[in-house]
Design a binder for this molecule. Structure first.
Ligand code: AMP
Length: 544
C-alpha cells in the first residue's frame, strides 16, 4: 500500500524562497574583487536571483543548458547557483586552478553556452579564448564602473544584465531529478570527469549535513566557506546555509592567514570550512596575534587528512574541530567527526584519537570496505580495504563519459571511492591510503600517471613514477622518481620546461630522485606502495 501524501519536487529555488521568508535579516557578506565588503540579505538576494534568472532566459538559456562560472566565493557566484538551476539550466562551476589544457577540455566537454567570469580570471580566459566553443557568451561579474578592457568577444557586464529585470519569478515546476550543477574532478589519467548533481541530490545533501553538523547550522550564526564555490558546491554550504538561517561570509580572492583572520574577526565568524593548508595559514596568524579571531568556535576540516597537531591546536583554543571526509562524487560530505555527547568529559587525548579519524557517516550515506575480490570486510577497526559508498547524493555515473561511468560502480551498485580505509565497530572511518594514482597538493589534484607519461618523453628517463611525499604546508607534493638512460640526465628546470605545456605550475614535481630500478608488482606495474615505503626517509627540498 502506498502512503497518501503529496509529492512536491525537491527544488533548489525553494531553499532561497524559504530563506527570504524565514530569515529576512540573515546576510550574504562578501569580500569583493572590487576591494570592499558587500552585504545583502536573503530577501535582497532572492530579488537579484530572480532578475538574473529573467536575464538568463532573455539570453536564450533553456532547460539543460550549461552555464559556467569561473569565480571566487562571493554573492554574484552565489546568485548564479540559484538563478541558473532555478530555470532548469546547469551551473557548471570551473576550478581556475586547473591546467589550461584541462580548462579548455572541460568547457568544450560541457559544451557551455555562457561563462560568467570574475575580473581576476578574465586574462585566463582571454589566453584560451580561441580554443573555447565559438558561440560562448562571456559575462564579466562586476558593474559598469569596474568593467575591464577585454578581448573576450562580446563580453557582457553582470550588473547591466540585472538592471530593469523583474524581482519576482514563477519558478518552473520540473522533475526533481533535473540536473542542477556540474563539477569536474580529476581522473587518475586522461581528462577530468563530470559529476552532474540534481535538484533532488543537492537538496537532500543540504538536509543531510544540516542535521549532522549541528554545531555549524544554528540560525543567526555566521559561517565562512573558505572552500571554494568551484569545489563541489563549497561542500553544500550555499544550500544548507540559507536553509538553516546562517549568514554566509564569502572571502573572495584573499585566502591567506592574515586576510582570513581579519575578515573572521570583523564579522564575528563562528564556523569556518576548508582544507588543512588554509588552516595552517590561519593558525600562523593566530600565533602572531596571540589570540583567535572574535567569535571563532568551530572549524570543519576536509579535503585531505587533518593532522593531529592541527586538531589539537584548534581544540586547545576552544575551537571545535569537525574532521570531514567526502568526494566531488558525493556532493561531497560522506563522514564527519562530531563526537557523541558522552565523550564530552573524556580527556583531550582520548577525544583527539577519535577526532583524528575521518568520523562517522552522515545520514543518507552508507559505507562498506571490501578486499581485492570485492568481498565485504568487517567493521572491526583492523581490516583494511577499498571504500565503497551508496546514497542519494552519490553519483550514478559521469556526465557524458561512458568509459568512466562503466568503471564507477561495483556489481551491487556501490561507488568505488579509490580510498583505502578501515572502519571500527562504532562506525569511525580511518582513511589509510589511496588506491587511485593521484597526488593531492593543497586540496587540488595532480595525476601521477599524466606526469609520468609526459616525463617519459625525455630521452634521459628510461622509466619513472610520480609519487606524493608529505609536505608541512601543502600536505603532499609531487616528486618524480626516475631510472636514467645513458643520455645526460634532465635537470629539474628542463623537466619543468618540458611539462609546463600540459600542467599548471603548481602541479610540477618539486624534485627528481634518480634510482637504479623501480619496485614492481606481480603484474608488472610500478608498486607505488613499495616505492613510498622505500622513500620513507626522503626529505622534501624545503624540509630540513
Ligand atoms: P575531491 O573529489 O577533490 O573532493 O577529493 C576527494 C578525495 O580527497 C577523497 O577520495 C580522499 O582521497 C581525499 N580526502 C577528502 N577528505 C579527506 C580526509 N578528511 N582525509 C583524507 N583524505 C581525504
Amino acid at each position: 500500500m502506498l502512503g497518501k501524501m503529496m509529492h512536491r519536487p525537491l527544488r533548489i529555488s525553494d531553499i532561497l524562497e524559504f530563506a527570504a521568508d524565514a530569515f529576512p535579516t540573515a546576510e550574504i557578506i562578501s569580500a569583493r574583487t572590487e576591494g570592499d565588503i558587500h552585504r545583502q540579505t536573503y530577501p535582497e538576494t532572492r530579488d537579484r536571483v530572480c532578475q538574473l534568472a529573467h536575464a538568463l532566459q532573455k539570453l536564450g538559456v533553456e532547460m539543460g543548458d550549461r552555464v559556467a562560472t569561473l569565480a571566487w566565493n562571493g554573492y554574484r557566484h552565489f546568485e548564479l547557483y540559484y538563478a541558473v538551476s532555478g530555470i532548469g539550466a546547469v551551473c557548471h562551476t570551473i576550478n581556475p586552478r586547473l591546467s589550461v589544457e584541462q580548462l579548455i577540455y572541460i568547457v568544450n566537454h560541457a559544451d557551455d553556452r555562457l561563462i560568467f567570469v570574475d575580473t581576476t580570471f578574465v586574462p585566463l580566459l582571454e589566453a584560451v579564448q580561441e580554443h573555447l566553443p565559438k558561440g560562448l557568451t562571456y559575462v564579466i561579474m562586476t558593474d559598469r564602473d569596474h568593467m575591464p578592457a577585454t578581448s573576450l568577444v562580446g563580453a557582457l557586464c553582470y550588473e547591466d544584465l540585472l538592471k530593469g529585470q523583474p524581482q519576482r519569478m514563477d519558478w518552473r515546476d520540473f522533475d526533481e531529478n533535473t540536473a542542477a550543477g556540474l563539477c569536474y574532478t580529476s581522473g587518475t589519467t586522461g581528462h577530468p570527469k563530470g559529476a552532474l548533481y540534481s535538484h533532488r541530490s543537492n537538496v537532500l545533501h543540504a538536509m543531510m549535513i544540516a542535521v549532522t553538523l549541528g554545531n555549524t547550522f544554528r540560525e543567526g550564526q555566521k559561517v565562512l566557506p573558505v572552500v571554494p564555490l568551484f569545489h563541489v558546491n563549497a561542500w553544500g554550504l550555499p544550500y544548507a546555509g540559507p536553509m538553516a538561517g546562517l549568514s554566509l561570509v564569502m572571502p573572495g580572492p584573499a585566502l591567506d592567514g592574515p586576510s582570513l583572520f581579519k575578515l573572521m574577526d570583523q564579522e564575528n565568524v563562528y564556523s569556518a570550512w576548508g582544507v588543512p593548508t588554509v588552516w595552517l595559514g590561519l593558525l600562523a596568524e593566530i600565533k602572531e596575534q596571540g589570540r583567535k579571531p572574535n567569535g571563532f568556535g568551530d572549524v570543519v576540516i576536509g579535503g585531505s587528512a587533518a593532522p593531529r597537531s592541527m586538531i589539537e591546536a584548534f581544540e586547545k583554543m576552544d575551537v571545535s574541530v569537525g574532521h570531514a571526509w567526502g568526494m566531488t562524487e558525493m556532493s561531497p560530505v560522506g563522514t564527519h567527526g562530531t563526537l557523541p555527547s558522552f565523550t564530552n568529559d573524556w580527556p583531550l587525548e582520548k577525544r583527539l584519537d577519535l577526532k583524528q579519524t575521518q568520523g562517522r557517516r552522515v545520514f543518507g550515506v552508507e559505507l562498506k570496505i571490501v578486499d581485492d575480490d570485492g568481498e565485504r570486510l568487517p567493521n572491526d577497526g583492523k581490516a583494511v580495504g577499498e571504500l565503497f559508498v551508496r546514497g542519494n547524493a552519490v553519483v550514478a555515473g559521469y556526465y557524458n563519459n561512458d568509459e568512466a561511468t562503466a568503471e564507477a560502480l561495483d556489481e551491487e551498485g556501490w561507488f568505488g571511492t579509490g580510498d583505502v580505509a578501515s572502519i571500527d565497530k562504532d562506525g569511525y572511518l580511518t582513511i589509510q591510503d589511496r588506491a587511485k594514482d593521484l597526488i593531492k597538493s593543497g586540496g587540488e589534484w595532480i595525476s601521477s600517471i599524466d606526469l609520468e607519461n609526459a616525463a617519459m618523453a625525455h630521452p634521459s628517463i628510461a622509466n619513472c613514477a610520480a609519487i606524493g611525499v608529505p609536505h608541512p604546508k601543502w600536505d603532499e607534493r609531487p616528486i618524480l622518481v626516475a631510472v636514467p638512460t645513458d643520455s645526460e640526465r634532465v635537470t629539474l628546470e628542463e623537466l619543468h620546461e618540458l611539462l609546463s605545456e600540459h600542467f599548471a605550475k603548481w602541479q610540477l614535481p618539486d624534485d627528481i630522485v634518480w634510482v637504479d630500478e623501480l619496485p614492481m608488482t606481480a603484474t608488472g606495474k610500478v608498486s607505488k606502495l613499495n616505492l613510498r615505503k622505500a622513500l620513507a626517509d626522503y626529505k622534501h627540498p624545503e624540509v630540513h
